[in-house]
Design a protein. Structure first.
Length: 614
C-alpha cells in the first residue's frame, strides 16, 4: 500500500490498548495504513509521498467534542468578543472599550459566555457603570452563564426595553427605584429572556456567515478538534439555519467532521416536529464529514431543566411524562437515536421512568440514546442508564460555575459533580465535550484541565482526584465516537481508522496541570489532509482566510487570550514594524490599535510573525 503521507519522529499516543505508543504513521486515502516505528512505516512511501518530521512532538487522535453548538456558533463567531483566559477585569474592559470603538452602527459588541468572574484577579463581575463607561454609544451585550446578561444603555435603546416593558415569562428586567431598566437581565427560571434579547441583535449577511463558520472551524482546528456533534439549539430551525453548513459540506470546505442532531423548535408541537423530520432525513444520512445523528438535545420543552446554580432546582411540569413519552415512542419506532438535556438527578429519574416504559413496549435494543450533562446523577440512575444501553455526554460547565454549585449544595456535593469516574466504573459510555458557546468555552484543553485537575478555571478544588490523563484523552477521542455511532471508525490512531490527529504544542502527558489549559495544536490533520499548521509546520498548512467583516473582534482578538512572556507583554502593537516580513495586513491592523501586545500575540504567532520572539 502506497502512502500519501508519512509522519515520523513523533510521540503518538494512539488510544489503542493493543499498541498505545508509536513513533511513526502512514496514511492513505484518508485512513491510517500503518502505525508503528519508522522501519515499519517507511515501507510505504512513493516518490510523491509527503514525509513530515514531527521533531519529537506529542501527537494524539483528533479531539471530538461530543456536545458542541457548532452550527449556531459558526453563524455568530465573527460577531463575538471572547473573555476566556483574560486574567483581569481591567483587561476585559479594555478589550471591550477597544472593540466598541471599532464596531459600526448598528452592530453590537457581544461577549457570549465562556468566562467567569472567578478567573479575574478582581474576582468580580463588571458593573453596569463600568460597561457604560467602556462603551457609551455602541450597544453591548455581555452574557454570564445561564443566569444573567448585562446591557449598556445603548443596548437597552436598541432592544426597546423601557419603563413600560413588562417582564417576559421566565425572566426579569431589573429596574431602578423609578422603574427604569438598569441593564441587568435575570434568568428566572430559565435563560429564555437572555437568548431572546441576544436574538434582537443584527445578524451577519450570508457570505459573512460563511466566513464566520470557516473561522470558527479553523479556531477549533487550532485547538486540535477534528470532529464535533452538534446538539442543535433553540431558534436553530431545520433546514433553514443549516444552509451555511450544508453549502460548506457540498463545497468540501468542512475542516471539522460534524454529526448533527435536530432540536425541536415549537413548544407544544414537539411531536409534529419529529414526525415531519423522520419523513425527510434518516440517522446516518450524509458522509464521514457531515451526517445526521438523530434527535435532541431538546425533545420536549416541558422536560428542560436548565441549570442555574444561583437559583433553586426547577421542578419539571407535572405533565412532562406524557409529552415526552409520545416523542420517545415515535423516535424509537423509527430507530432514531436521541439525546436529552438533563442536569439534575430528580429530572433524570422521571425521564428514565418514561424510557423504561417505552422500552417495555418497543425495545430500545441497543439503539444509541444519550443524557447530556447529568451533573448530579446518582449511582442508581447511572445503573438504569446502563441497563438501557444509554450513554452520558459530560461537559466542563462546572469549571465555570463550580463556585456557585458549592455555595448552594456544599463542597462535598461538588466533589462528585458530575460523577465521571463512577460512570466509567459502571460501564456506561462517556464522551467529553464543552456545550459551548454560551456557558463553557469551546476550548477542549480547558475541559481536559478540569477533568485532570478537578479544579475550576478560578482555581477552586472541586474533586480531590481528577481522572488519569490517558482516561481524560480517551473520553475526548474514542469515547466521543460512540455518541455519533462511529466507534471503530475514528477516535484512535489505528490502522483502518480515519486519519484525524493533532500534533501538540506541548506534551499533554507531562506538562504541569495548570499548563494543560495553554495547549494547542501545531499541526492538525483531518482525513489525511493538513487543515491547520503553526510553528515549524506553518508552511505546510493552508493560509488563513481574511476575516469578514473587517471590524470583527476576530481580526484583533482571535480565539482565546493567550498571555506571552513578560518581556513581550511590555511592548505595544504600534511598535511592531513587521520586521519578519510576513502578513503586513496583520501588522497594519495591530499598529493602529492601542491594545497591549498580549491581546494579539496568538494571532501574530499563528500567522508566523516573529517580531515579538514568540
Amino acid at each position: 500500500m502506497n502512502a500519501d503521507m508519512i509522519l515520523l519522529n513523533g510521540r503518538f499516543h494512539t488510544v489503542d490498548k493493543t499498541q498505545p505508543l508509536a513513533t511513526a504513521v502512514a496514511i492513505q486515502d484518508g485512513k491510517f495504513i500503518a502505525v508503528g516505528d519508522a522501519e515499519e512505516v517507511m515501507r510505504h512511501p512513493t516518490a510523491t509521498t509527503q514525509v513530515i518530521d514531527l521533531n519529537g512532538r506529542t501527537a494524539v487522535p483528533g479531539l471530538n467534542d461530543s456536545h458542541l453548538h457548532l452550527i449556531r456558533g459558526g453563524l455568530n463567531y465573527n460577531l463575538e468578543l471572547r473573555w476566556e483566559g483574560v486574567p483581569s477585569l481591567a483587561d476585559a474592559l479594555r478589550m471591550l472599550r477597544e472593540q466598541a470603538l471599532r464596531t459600526p452602527h448598528p452592530q453590537w459588541v457581544r461577549v457570549v459566555g465562556g468566562w467567569t468572574e472567578f478567573q479575574f484577579a478582581e474576582k468580580r463581575m463588571p458593573t453596569l457603570d463600568e460597561i457604560n463607561a467602556a462603551a457609551p454609544d455602541t450597544p453591548v451585550f455581555v452574557l454570564h452563564l445561564y443566569d444573567r446578561a448585562l446591557l449598556n444603555r445603548a443596548a437597552l435603546r436598541a432592544v426597546g426595553y423601557t419603563k413600560d416593558t413588562p417582564n417576559p415569562p421566565g425572566g426579569e428586567i431589573q429596574r431602578d427605584a423609578s422603574g427604569n431598566p438598569t441593564g441587568m437581565l435575570i434568568a428566572k427560571p430559565n435563560a429564555m429572556i437572555l437568548y431572546a434579547t441576544l436574538a434582537k441583535g443584527p445578524a451577519l449577511p450570508h457570505e459573512q456567515q460563511v466566513n464566520s463558520t470557516r473561522q470558527f472551524m479553523r479556531e477549533l482546528n487550532r485547538l486540535g478538534v477534528t470532529s464535533a456533534i452538534d446538539a442543535g439549539g433553540g431558534g436553530q430551525n431545520y433546514p433553514e439555519d443549516y444552509a451555511i453548513i450544508d453549502r460548506l459540506a457540498r463545497e468540501q470546505q468542512l475542516t471539522i467532521r460534524i454529526a448533527y442532531n435536530l432540536f425541536t423548535q415549537h413548544k407544544g408541537q414537539e411531536l409534529e416536529d419529529f414526525q415531519k423530520w423522520t419523513e425527510v432525513v434518516a440517522p446516518g444520512h450524509g458522509d464521514d464529514f457531515y451526517r445526521h445523528n438523530g434527535a435532541g438535545e431538546m425533545l420536549v420543552y416541558s422536560a428542560a431543566d436548565f441549570e442555574d446554580f444561583l437559583e433553586p432546582r426547577p421542578e419539571l411540569a407535572a405533565g412532562m411524562e406524557d409529552a415526552l413519552e409520545k416523542v420517545v415512542r415515535h423516535l424509537v419506532s423509527n430507530r432514531w437515536p436521541f439525546r436529552l438535556h438533563a442536569t439534575y438527578d430528580e429530572s433524570i429519574g422521571r425521564m428514565l421512568d418514561v424510557f423504561e416504559k417505552v422500552n417495555r413496549d418497543i425495545p430500545f435494543d441497543g439503539m444509541h440514546w444519550i443524557f447530556d450533562h447529568a451533573e448530579t446523577i446518582t449511582p442508581r440512575n447511572i445503573e438504569r442508564v446502563r441497563a438501557l444501553d444509554g450513554g452520558i455526554a459530560i461537559q466542563h460547565r462546572m469549571a465555570f460555575q463550580g463556585e456557585y454549585f458549592a455555595d448552594r449544595y456544599g463542597k462535598q456535593a461538588a466533589e462528585n459533580t458530575p460523577p465521571v469516574a463512577r460512570m466509567l466504573e459502571m460501564g456506561v459510555p462517556v464522551g467529553g465535550g464543552t456545550d459551548a458557546t454560551r456557558v463553557a468555552s469551546y476550548n477542549p484543553w480547558t475541559a481536559l484541565y478540569w477533568l485532570v485537575s478537578g479544579r475550576t478555571v478560578g482555581g477552586l478544588q472541586l474533586q480531590q482526584a481528577g481522572l488519569p490523563r490517558e482516561t481524560a484523552l480517551e473520553l475526548w477521542t474514542a469515547g466521543s465516537a460512540w455518541f455519533s455511532s462511529e466507534q471503530g471508525k475514528k477516535g484512535r490512531i489505528k490502522e483502518g481508522q480515519l486519519a484525524d490527529l493533532a500534533v501538540l504544542s506541548g506534551d499533554f502527558f507531562a506538562v504541569p496541570e495548570d499548563e494543560i489549559k495553554a495547549l494547542e495544536s501545531v499541526l492538525t490533520i483531518v482525513g489525511g489532509k493538513i487543515v491547520y499548521g503553526a510553528a515549524e509546520f506553518d508552511p505546510l498548512a493552508p493560509p488563513p482566510i481574511p476575516v469578514l467583516p473587517e471590524w470583527s473582534p476576530v481580526t484583533t482578538v482571535p480565539g482565546h487570550y493567550r498571555p506571552r512572556p513578560a518581556a513581550a507583554q511590555t511592548m505595544m502593537p504600534h511598535q511592531c514594524a513587521g520586521a519578519c516580513g510576513v502578513h503586513a495586513h496583520a501588522h497594519d491592523t495591530a499598529r493602529r490599535s492601542t491594545l497591549p501586545v498580549s491581546d494579539y500575540t496568538g494571532f501574530w504567532g499563528a500567522l508566523g510573525c516573529s517580531c515579538f520572539a514568540f
